[in-house]
Design a protein around this ligand. Structure first.
Ligand code: SAH
Ligand code: SF4
Length: 352
């Protein structure tokens, strides 16, 4: 049996600790990380500036987890969607969105998701497993490779709930941000969460200027509980307080994601609740007509409702945007992948 550890499951600190135990000099850490996440090496044998004896020693102890693109779709607007498969056969979706000078990658943090949001294709399909940080970074490297250019923005908005896999997700963000890896600016790296409060609190304490997005989808407890059953225990006033504290502590403006579904969360009462929630806090509201998913029984709101939401929020002095869908001509089982990415990429871009 292969008892070697996947080096992709280790954060930079964990690699450093393991190397220290092996008595390796500190600079070997950066060297190996550059091979893994700067150049995307698939094997220690490729790491030609390491002594052969060290390459052998590392190969005896570790494997480099693989990731390959097994399907790829290209949209007329340039968006590319990939099915990425890992060594155990688990696969996830990853999206690349080119936009002028920008190339944004939307990556997955888990295979499937246990939160079970009714409007979400991933949530409806259930949970398979957490991804390692290496598997997250490799999605970004594959897209960079396919486009043949640098990735400028990354968003954890693919499959999965990043704060239900906090340590691996944060380790991945750090590799993405590192000059030894893709070197993406922290403000251009966004995490989207369904609103797990301990995760938001921890995230606010991290020293990097990463960007936070929270899937709100309704500011009425009953509606939100129905749409997002896995976070039923999260009371809206507590979520609001946590976000206010996050903004105060970090000085960063979180985004509230709101997918508008006709007759569900686009009524006047829902708008009043959203206004009350967002007023007086440092926040950006991102309105997205919901992407209908088979079996969910949801339809997107009509344009008039979307405009009413936008105008009302704006008049109340709340920063708001409405985003058009991208990649709509490529079949996207993972409904959420397409629509939000652009917004977060652009809001993070303008704040930088
Ligand atoms: N689990 C995290 C991140 C992944 S989902 C989260 O929920 O935030 C990324 C975004 O896509 C979330 O805002 C999610 O609510 C949204 N989303 C999922 N399904 C959608 C759909 N059918 N239409 C519009 N947005 C959707
Ligand atoms: Fe999970 Fe996010 Fe989908 Fe909800 S919207 S099921 S939290 S991936």
């Amino acid at each position: 049996m292969d008892t070697r550890c996947d080096i992709g499951s280790l954060s930079r600190e964990q690699i450093a600790d393991a190397f220290a135990l092996l008595g390796l000099p500190r600079f070997r850490v950066g060297q190996v990380v550059r091979w893994l996440y700067g150049r995307g090496a698939a094997d220690f044998a490729e790491m030609t500036d390491l002594p052969a004896s060290l390459r052998d020693e590392l190969s005896r102890r570790y494997v480099v987890g693989g990731a390959e693109v097994v399907a790829r779709q290209v949209s007329e607007d340039g968006t590319r969607k990939y099915l990425v498969r890992f060594d155990d056969g688990t696969s996830v979706e990853t999206v690349g969105l080119p936009d002028g000078d920008r190339l944004t990658v939307c990556f997955s943090t888990q295979a499937g998701c246990a939160i079970g949001c009714t409007f979400c294709a991933t949530g409806r399909a259930g949970f398979t497993r957490d991804l390692t940080c290496g598997e997250m970074v490799r999605q970004v490297l594959l897209v960079a490779d396919d486009f043949g250019r640098r990735v400028t923005n990354a968003v954890a908005m693919g499959q999965g709930e990043p704060f239900a896999n906090y340590d691996a997700s944060l380790a991945a963000l750090r590799f993405l941000n590192s000059p030894d890896g893709p070197g993406i600016g922290a403000r251009h790296i966004t995490v989207s969460t369904c609103g797990l409060l301990p995760g938001i609190r921890r995230f606010g304490e991290e020293p990097e200027q990463f960007t936070l997005a929270v899937s709100l989808h309704s500011a009425v407890q009953r509606t939100r509980d129905r749409l997002m059953p896995g976070v039923r225990g999260v009371a809206l006033p507590a979520l609001r307080e946590t976000l206010v504290a996050y903004a105060e502590r970090s000085g960063r403006r979180p985004t509230l994601e709101y997918a508008l579904a006709a007759g569900v969360n686009d009524t006047d009462a829902e708008l009043d609740a959203l206004l009350a929630f967002a007023r007086g806090m440092l926040v950006h509201v991102n309105l997205i007509p919901v992407n209908p998913v088979a079996g969910a029984g949801l339809e997107r709101s009509v344009a008039d409702r979307v405009r009413l939401f936008r105008d009302t929020l704006q008049r109340a002095g709340i920063e708001v945007s409405v985003r058009a869908e991208r990649g709509s001509d490529i079949d996207a089982a993972c409904g959420q992948l397409r629509q939000r990415v652009e917004t977060d990429a652009s809001s993070a871009g303008t704040e930088a």
